[in-house]
Design a protein. Structure first.
Length: 198
């Protein structure tokens, strides 16, 4: 059974009630409004990891990173079989030289599919996943993408923060439904979400 990294993202705020969207939600205002918040220390009480998110830097993955990214995905219980072939679609978060987070996109036409978002358990609740996703969305806007999709098994309220709303998977563009993410999730209960990139 396919389980996506989105399951592992911990949300600090109470879940929001989600309604199925009309597909007109924009990520732009949400991204810009939340950028500063996710750059701050979000350590929860009792978390013994003494670090600031400013100690973590992000960059696009290189071919040499694929082994570390695959290992991270496996530790998070996520598929890693195609990591070597798709490594350049990833962004990674590093603490010094250690990869402690990753996220990727698949592009299909004028849409992207966010996938493989994972953060090492020791570094969660620090805003790292949010910085990775923000980077991917901003980059996608710069390349002309106009829609973003994702599949979530257990964290739809987390992505509502970014302007994503529930969206019928069968109404997604053919290029999106043909992506590896959507093909692999056909027999799961993953929820499809969408937002406009403008």
């Amino acid at each position: 059974m396919l389980v996506w990294a989105l399951t592992y993202l911990t949300v600090a705020s109470p879940p929001k009630k989600l309604d199925e969207g009309n597909g007109k939600t924009s990520c732009r205002m949400t991204i810009e409004a939340r950028r500063n918040r996710f750059m701050t220390d979000e350590r929860a009480p009792g978390d013994h990891v003494h670090m600031q998110t400013d100690d973590i830097h992000l960059r696009q993955a290189s071919p040499n990173d694929w082994g570390d990214v695959a290992e991270l995905l496996k530790r998070c219980g996520l598929p890693a079989d195609d990591t070597q072939d798709s490594i350049e679609a990833f962004h990674v978060a590093l603490d010094k030289d250690r990869i402690i987070g990753c996220a990727a996109v698949e592009q299909g036409g004028r849409a992207i599919v966010v996938r493989s978002a994972a953060v090492d358990a020791t570094y969660r609740d620090r805003g790292i996943a949010s910085r990775l996703i923000e980077t991917l969305l901003l980059r996608a806007r710069g390349t002309g993408a106009r829609e973003a999709y994702l599949l979530s098994t257990a964290a739809p309220s987390y992505f509502a923060r970014w302007g994503f709303t529930l969206f019928p998977a069968e109404k997604a563009p053919a290029e999106v439904r043909a992506s590896m993410v959507f093909r692999n999730a056909e027999r799961t209960s993953a929820l499809c979400m969408r937002c406009e990139l403008r």
